[in-house]
Design a protein around this ligand. Structure first.
Ligand code: FAD
Length: 521
């Protein structure tokens, strides 16, 4: 396709797992335009795996149970059932589209991860699951002539007519404001880890989908539930490289700066404890160390070097770049924000409360993860609910009246370079890390909300891409802080010192924000 069209049948915002899988489902129904703001994809760094049972009924039940246990009472049972029952089909088709999976001899490899009661995580060669997943999806997309994928097109908002979404506005690759009309729009914009100073997420994860949806009138749910990854490489000037929990399940130890193993003090499963327990334990060890720049160590040095190197080739190679040989050296680590459990509220077909608007993947809140995500369920969610959203969106073409072509705006939104924008984003990330992060208190979150309110005038009229990202980060942060403040209990990934236990009577519910209102349903 040459340039941007004024009108198309379906717009998919996001070219990750969820967006591409949805586009494939839509390809036979009409013209599909997939927009990405960059050429980097979150899933490329996914190293863990995709849970899959392929067909065994007993394993489907175990996967369902593990997901429900991790979700700590808040999973929508029907959503989980859908995920695990349809998972095998999604994996089979992925294999058929060209995925290279670990197959010593002829067998697919199923491996354990902490929180799984059975070995049912499927991996691509070594630790390159995300790369292989996207490679297979791209291969299939390229064979669909109805799908156009355009990169560096930055969506800034959703076009609406009353309660119906009729297209998108964007800043094009050329820096020009454009509008594209469509019968339906899918938000597949990924996560929002960049609201925190420390995150495993790519730069693109600035919460754009959630922010666009809220502004258009969509409901946003479960924003207080942010999953923090316990073990992320911590070295000055090194990227926050995720060190997969598989390192722990393969026998890795956690040690404090005195070189003492400490997880046994916090959980009977020690290093095999759930990620949120490990993250909080590390935070506590860092706090009591009184170090100015605290961290702990992940230690693989007691394990067979050959096996570690074979199992984790990408992690091994990435650490070598920073002069750490994980087979010989202990690895300095810290926790970092990793996965947004909440997002745009949808039903099981990806439909939001606004006609014509769908969401899938990390940006969506389907209820599948409850209050905490089971490790490795995200890629499967993107595949499964991406496919479902695509299928449901086809009906919009049949039933919706053809939207009128949108007008292109005259004025350029390129604008001057935003003075102080990076410092503003840094302020947002710092306050969120300090006061709405892994361990939360009322006083801290009230402070976060106050600071964010004070920054409001600075994000009110964004013109450039980066200014839009700052405004989106600000809005997503406000949603997280407000929802976390309102949930006066601890559950799943949301931990409050002042309310350390569950309060099922008041909070066995989902937070839902619409406009300014916040309620629990
Ligand atoms: C380091 C790391 C390791 C992980 N490991 C695993 C794992 O082993 N197993 C697992 O299941 N999950 C894993 N996850 C989580 C999983 O990778 C993500 O949840 C998943 O890839 C999200 O897919 P998505 O399709 O929703 O979004 P993404 O893949 O993040 O794609 C988002 C897309 O939206 C586009 N976009 C965003 N905003 C805009 C905008 N304003 N305009 C236009 N385009 C926009 C981006 O350019 C991108 O194309 C990992 C995540 C990370 C960060």
């Amino acid at each position: 396709m040459k340039g941007l069209p004024a009108e198309t049948d379906f717009v998919v915002i996001g070219a990750g797992v969820a967006g591409l899988r949805a586009a494939i489902e839509l390809a036979n129904a009409g013209r599909v335009l997939v927009l990405a703001k960059k050429d980097d994809f979150g899933a490329l760094s996914a190293q863990g795996g995709i849970p899959s049972t392929l067909s065994d009924e007993e394993e489907v039940i175990l996967h369902l149970q593990d997901t429900l246990i991790a979700g700590d009472g808040l999973c929508l049972q029907q959503a989980v059932k859908t995920l695990v029952e349809e998972g095998p089909e999604r994996i089979q088709e992925l294999i058929a589209w060209g995925r290279q999976l670990d197959r010593p001899k002829t067998k697919l490899v199923f491996e354990t991860e902490p929180s799984y009661s059975h070995s049912h995580v499927l991996r691509a060669p070594g630790d390159s699951t995300g790369v292989e997943t996207l490679r297979a999806l791209h291969a299939k997309v390229q064979s669909c002539k109805n799908i156009s994928v355009l990169e560096f097109e930055f969506s800034t908002g959703l076009l609406t007519e009353g309660e119906r979404v009729t297209g998108v506005s964007l800043i094009s690759e050329k820096g020009l404001p454009e509008e594209i009309a469509s019968s339906a729009v899918l938000l597949a914009t990924g996560g929002m880890g960049q609201i925190y100073r420390n995150t495993t997420n790519p730069e693109a994860a600035t919460g754009d989908g959630v922010a666009m949806a809220l502004r258009a009138g969509a409901e946003i749910s479960d924003m207080e539930f942010i999953q923090f990854y316990p073990t992320v490489l911590y070295m000055k000037k090194a990227p926050r490289l995720l060190l997969s929990e598989a390192l722990r399940s393969d026998g890795g130890y956690l040690r404090n700066i005195e070189m003492d193993r400490f997880m046994g003090k916090y959980h009977p499963l020690a290093e095999q404890a759930p990620n949120d327990v490990v993250a909080r334990a590390i935070m506590h060890e860092m706090e009591v160390s009184h170090a100015k720049d605290p961290f702990v160590y992940l230690d693989m040095t007691h394990l067979s070097a050959a096996r570690v190197q074979k199992r984790f080739p990408r992690i091994h190679a990435a650490c070598i770049k920073h002069n750490i040989d994980i087979t010989e050296d202990v690895i300095p680590v810290r926790p970092a924000a990793h996965f947004a459990i909440g997002g745009v509220r949808t039903d099981l077909t990806g439909k939001t409360n606004l006609a014509g608007l769908y969401a899938a993947g990390e940006v969506a809140a389907t209820g599948v993860h409850g209050a905490n995500r089971l490790a490795s369920n995200a890629l499967l969610e993107g595949l499964g609910f991406g496919a479902r959203a695509g299928k449901a969106m086809r009906n919009e073409l049949k039933h919706a009246s053809k939207p009128a072509s949108a007008q292109k705006k005259a004025a350029s939104q390129n604008g001057p370079v935003d003075a102080g924008i990076e410092e503003l984003i840094g302020q947002i990330q710092d306050i969120m890390w300090k006061d709405a992060g892994i361990v939360r208190t009322r006083v801290g979150m009230q402070e976060a909300v106050k600071v964010l309110e004070g920054l409001m005038p600075r994000v009110a009229h964004p013109r450039t891409r980066r200014a839009h990202e700052a405004a989106n980060l600000h809005l997503a942060s406000t949603l997280v802080a407000r929802s976390a403040l309102a949930r006066e209990e601890s559950r799943g990934s949301h931990y409050r010192i002042d309310y350390p236990g569950h309060d099922d009577k008041k909070f066995l519910k989902h937070s839902v924000v619409k406009g300014e209102s916040l309620r629990f349903v």
